[in-house]
Write a protein that binds this ligand. Structure first.
Ligand code: PLP
Length: 358
C-alpha cells in the first residue's frame, strides 16, 4: 500500500469560483496563480481555466516561464515586475505583461530600446499600503516616461489594498479615494480589487480584478457565506490505533496527557506535508465523515487524532485535514495563521485532480 496522504484538487470548483469572482467584479479578472496556484499546481489550474479566464497573474518571471513552457498562451501579468534586464527581455519575448512599481524598472525599459509598442505595463501606485508602488505625486511623471519611451503599448493603473478583508474599514475607502484622485485625467484601464475587494467592495470594481484566494474557495473573511467551494481537500488515512491509559503522555514534548482511557489514531501526514505544526490539541479533523480533533503535537510525517468517541473508526479510516467539511480557515485560525499560508505550504503529498472537464 502506498502512503495515503494526498491533496484532492477539484478543478470544477476552481472554475466555479473563478466565474463567481468574475460575476461579482462585473468585468474581466486575472486569475492569480502565483506560488504554484497557492499550492494547487499552477499549470493544471491554468489549463482548467484556459477557456474562461481573461488572463493570469503570477509573482515573477520564472513562474510565468514555466506556464508558457507548458503551453499556457493567455496573458500573464508579473505582479512584481522584472528584476533585471534579462528578465525584461525574456518577458517581452514571451509576451508577458509586467507591473512597473519603481523608477529603476522604467529605466530598464528605457535602456533596452525594445520593439516599439511591444510592452503591456501595469503601473502600480502606492495608495496607502506603503510596500511597493509609486507615490501619488510621482505617478504623472512615471506615466509620461513610460508613454515616451516608445516600447510601451498600454498602461493600466493599479493599486493594492492592505485591509480589503475588513468590510467597511476606512482604510480601503481612503485608498480608493487616493487612487481615483491620482489617476484622474490619465488615460488607461484600471485594476484595484483583490479577493477581499471582489467580495466586499463594490466600489472597487474596475476594468480588471485580481482574485487569488477566492479562486481556491477560501473566504478571506471567514464566516461570511460567499458561495465559494473549497478546491483542495487535504486527506490521509489512519494507519495505526492505540489505547492510552489515564496518565499516558502522547508524542513529542508530551503536550497531551490522557486524563481517561483514550483511543488514539495515527494519521499518515505531518508538517513536512504542510499540515501546520502550530495546530494545537483540539484542532478539528473529519474522520470517516465524523468530526473529531487532533491530540498531541503534529510530527514531521504523522499526527495523532482522538478516536475515543468514534468506535466505528480504525485502521484505514479516511481523515480530512481540510476541505469541504473542515474549512481551511478553521485550521488556520487554530494554528495562528491564514488560509493562504497553509495552502501554499502543501508539499510532498501527491496532488490528485478531479472534475477536469466541465
Ligand atoms: C497576491 C496578489 C493578489 C491576490 O490577492 P488575494 O488576496 O489572494 O486575492 C492581487 N493583487 C496583487 C498585487 C497580489 O500580489
Amino acid at each position: 500500500m502506498t502512503r495515503p496522504a494526498r491533496a484532492l484538487i477539484d478543478l470544477g470548483a476552481l472554475r466555479h469560483n473563478y466565474q463567481l469572482a468574475r460575476r461579482l467584479q462585473g468585468g474581466r479578472a486575472l486569475a492569480v496563480i502565483k506560488a504554484n496556484a497557492y499550492g494547487h499546481g499552477a499549470t493544471r489550474c491554468a489549463m482548467a481555466l484556459a477557456d474562461i479566464a481573461d488572463g493570469y497573474a503570477v509573482a515573477f518571471a520564472q513562474e510565468a516561464i514555466e506556464l508558457r513552457a507548458s503551453g499556457i498562451s493567455g496573458p500573464i501579468l508579473l505582479l512584481e515586475g522584472c528584476f533585471d534586464d534579462d528578465e525584461l527581455l525574456q518577458a517581452q519575448q514571451l509576451g508577458l505583461w509586467i507591473v512597473v512599481h519603481q523608477s529603476e524598472q522604467i529605466s530598464m525599459i528605457e535602456r533596452l530600446r525594445l520593439t516599439p509598442r511591444s510592452l503591456t505595463v501595469w503601473l502600480k501606485i502606492n495608495t496607502g499600503m506603503h510596500r511597493a508602488g509609486f507615490d501619488p505625486a510621482e505617478v504623472k511623471a512615471a506615466h509620461a516616461r513610460l508613454k515616451n519611451c516608445g516600447s510601451v503599448d498600454s498602461i493600466t493603473h493599479m493599486t493594492h489594498f492592505a485591509r480589503s478583508d475588513e468590510p467597511d474599514h476606512d482604510a480601503t475607502t481612503q485608498q480608493l479615494h487616493t487612487f481615483d484622485q491620482t489617476v484622474a485625467g490619465l488615460p488607461g484601464e484600471q485594476s484595484v480589487a483583490n479577493s477581499g475587494a471582489v467580495l466586499a467592495w463594490p466600489g472597487a470594481r474596475r476594468d480588471w480584478a485580481r482574485p487569488g484566494i477566492v479562486l481556491y474557495g477560501a473566504d478571506p473573511m471567514p464566516g461570511e457565506s460567499s458561495g465559494l467551494v473549497p478546491v483542495m481537500s487535504l486527506q490521509s488515512r489512519i494507519f495505526n490505533v492505540r489505547m492510552l491509559q489515564s496518565g499516558d503522555a502522547l508524542g513529542y514534548g508530551a503536550t497531551f496527557i490522557a486524563d481517561k482511557p483514550t483511543r488514539v489514531g495515527l494519521v499518515a501526514i505531518g508538517y513536512a506535508d504542510g499540515y501546520p505544526r502550530s495546530a494545537p490539541t483540539g484542532t478539528p479533523v473529519m474522520i470517516d465523515g465524523r468530526l473529531s480533533r487532533t491530540i498531541g503535537r503534529v510530527s514531521m510525517d504523522m499526527m495523532t487524532v482522538d478516536l475515543t468517541d468514534l468506535p466505528q473508526t480504525g485502521v484505514g479510516s479516511e481523515v480530512e485535514l481540510w476541505g469541504r467539511n473542515i474549512s481551511v480557515n478553521r485550521v488556520a485560525q487554530a494554528a495562528g495563521t491564514i488560509s493562504y499560508e497553509l495552502l501554499c505550504n502543501v508539499k510532498r503529498v501527491p496532488r490528485v485532480y478531479t472534475n477536469e472537464t466541465p
